[in-house]
Structures are given as C-alpha cells and as structure tokens.
Design a protein around this ligand. Structure first.
Ligand code: 13P
Ligand code: SF4
Length: 340
C-alpha cells in the first residue's frame, strides 16, 4: 500500500470520526492523524479478507477501540475464537493466545502480526519440565494456565485462565493438583480452595513488579479509592486489594460497582481502554506495561492482513493433545463459570 493511501484525508477523517469520538480523551489529534489512515485501511481490508480481529484487554486503545471485532480476557478470546465463523482470525495479543485459537479451530487461518510477541510465563516452562513433574508426582492431575505453549498444554490434564482457575482446580475432584506455570496465581488459587496446590515458580514480568507500597501510596493520595488486582500479582499485593479477578472480572467489577475512583493493578493499557466506557469513574493509572503486548501495532496488523501472514502453525499431533486439555477447560468452565 502506498503512502498516499495512508494519508489523513477528509474521507478518512469522516470514516473514522465515530471511533475518534470515543477515544478523543486518550489520543491527541496529532496522533490520531497517524492512526486513523491505518485504522481505516485495516477495517476495509478485514472486510475484504473476511477476517475477524480478536484483541486482548492489554492492547493499546487505537487497536482495542479502533479495529477489534471482539475484546476480552484470555478465556473470552479462546471462546470467541472457537465460536466465530470467520475463516481468518487476527490475534492482537501474544503468541500463546494465537496458539489457543489455532488449537481450538485448526481449520482456520490464524494470523499473528508479530510472531515474537511472547510471555514470561509461557517462557518459564517446557514440555520436558511437565513430564519431569509428572514423574515426581505420579497420578497427580496437572492444570496449566493457558499462558503456556501448545507442547506444554499437550502434556497436561486441563487448562485454565485467571477467570476460571479456582473452578477448574475444583472440577477435578482431586485432593492435590500440580498447577503451572504461574506461582502467584497458584498461590492465589490455594487461598480459595481446600485442594493442595503443587506450584511451579513462573511469574508474569508485569504483575510481579507491583508492591504493597504502591497500593498504600495510591490509597493515601486518593482517599476513597477502590483497588482491584489481577491474581498474577504477588500475595502481599493481593492482600491490599478490595477485589481480585481476571481482566474481564475487573471490567465486570467496575461495571457492577461503579466506584468513584478505582486503580486497576494490572497492565496499564487496561485502564485507558476501560475508562472510555465508564466516564463517571476516575481511573488512577499505574503504569507497568507488557513489552510483548506492545509489539502489536496497527502497522503490523495492516501488513499481516495484506500478506495474510505470518500464520500460526501448531504441529497437528501436538495440537490434537493440546486441544483435549484446552477444550476440557471450556466444558468445565461452562459448568463452573462465575464471571459470566
Ligand atoms: P486475563 O486477561 O485472562 O486475565 O490474562 C491476563 C494476562 O496476563 C494475559 O496475558
Ligand atoms: Fe505474559 Fe504478563 Fe505479558 Fe500477560 S502481561 S502476556 S502474563 S508477560
């Protein structure tokens, strides 16, 4: 596509005007002049290609509000990816999310705007590590957070997300489970259930940075503040929070409770994205950002729709096994979901 077609023309301005109206408090007009032509081109091309864009809650506002057909947490993206009848999915998120979409819908083309968008949790464990755990604890069921790659999920009994981890652990009916790879999420689950949890010490590089002092300072500076935190945070941080939940759980908390002031202790794009829908709520914005999520940009999304690549491939034998543990989660989640 030539630079000409990416100009901020009056036609592009008019076509993207309703989107800008929503995000104008977040994105200055000079920046919008750069984003709008890309947004317009992506939205045209995605219709032509019959592609469906999934975006995680941590994507930047111009992606989240500008081009996504569906936005949500990891569980929502997995469910929606499996449900859409589009033949092409573009994952605005990280690679394990694109693998989930491919595992659940192997007949679809799943495009990933930047293949190098990883995750410190997914990188913390290998399939061989899981086999070693199973040798060490024979007969103990293994639950994997979906923030893992397909070869790891192929070795486990069932997957979970932060939105359903407690329900999934309890759905197994076991006294003891191996929970991997997030040590903090595992510890949080252990506080919510009588099931004994054997931990793996992976961590999210974004959430592990928060400290209880951060929260105390926010509360001192903003009297009446409600603090809601993601369970990937350390236990001392969760102990300071009023509510703990997945990214979708946090949005639901704000929608249901309409706090006057709220701090979302999670990746910083979340507050920007959610604030658009709740103008009556004041968001106190901590800013730890995920470098992997930030690898996805409008320019890369456009290029990937033009090239119809890069495409996610999962070895069919691995995908077949990973599908079992991922689908078990969706079935158990239907029975046990608390956040719908
Ligand atoms: P959820 O959106 O499922 O809560 O996950 C958070 C996260 O860190 C995803 O990378
Ligand atoms: Fe992984 Fe944390 Fe980034 Fe989510 S926020 S993709 S868990 S590193």
């Amino acid at each position: 596509m030539s630079d000409n077609t990416l100009a901020y023309t009056p036609a592009v301005k008019a076509a993207t005007g309703p989107i800008y109206e929503r995000v104008k408090d977040l994105i200055p007009e000079v920046e919008w002049a750069v984003y709008a032509p890309l947004i317009h081109a992506i939205n045209e091309l995605k219709r032509e290609r019959k592609a469906y864009i999934l975006a995680h809650n941590y994507q930047t506002p111009e992606i989240y509000h500008g081009i996504a057909d569906y936005t949500g947490d990891s569980l929502g993206l997995a469910q929606q990816g499996a449900k859409t009848d589009a033949d092409v999915i573009v994952m605005c998120g990280v690679r394990f999310m694109a693998e989930t979409a491919k595992i659940l819908a192997p007949q679809k083309k799943v495009l990933m705007p930047d293949m190098s968008a990883g995750c410190s949790l997914a990188a913390s464990i290998t399939a061989e590590d899981v086999r070693e755990l199973k040798r060490k604890y024979p007969g103990v069921p293994v639950v994997a957070y979906v923030n893992t790659y397909a070869d790891v999920r192929a070795e486990v009994d069932i997957c979970c997300t932060s939105g359903n981890a407690v329900e999934i652990v309890e759905s197994l009916g076991a006294d003891k489970v191996i929970f991997l790879p997030d040590g903090y999420l595992g510890r949080y689950v252990a506080t919510q259930t009588d099931v004994e949890i054997i931990l793996w010490e992976g961590a999210c590089e974004v959430h592990e940075k928060f400290t209880p002092d951060d929260i105390r300072v926010f509360r001192a500076d903003h009297p009446g503040l409600e603090v809601i935190a993601h369970p990937e945070c350390p236990p001392e941080v969760l102990a300071e929070a009023d509510f703990v939940g997945s990214t979708a759980g946090m949005i639901k908390y704000v929608a249901d409770n309409r706090p006057a002031k709220v701090a979302m202790i999670t990746e910083c794009s979340m507050s920007d994205n959610v604030s658009v829908n709740f103008p009556d709520v004041e968001f106190i914005r901590p800013c730890n950002f995920c470098p992997h999520m930030r690898k996805i940009t409008l320019a890369k999304v456009l290029k990937c729709l033009q090239d119809m690549g890069p495409e996610i491939h999962v070895d069919p034998a691995v995908a077949e096994k990973a599908r079992l543990s991922t689908e078990r989660m969706l079935t158990a989640g239907k029975r046990h979901s608390r956040e719908d």
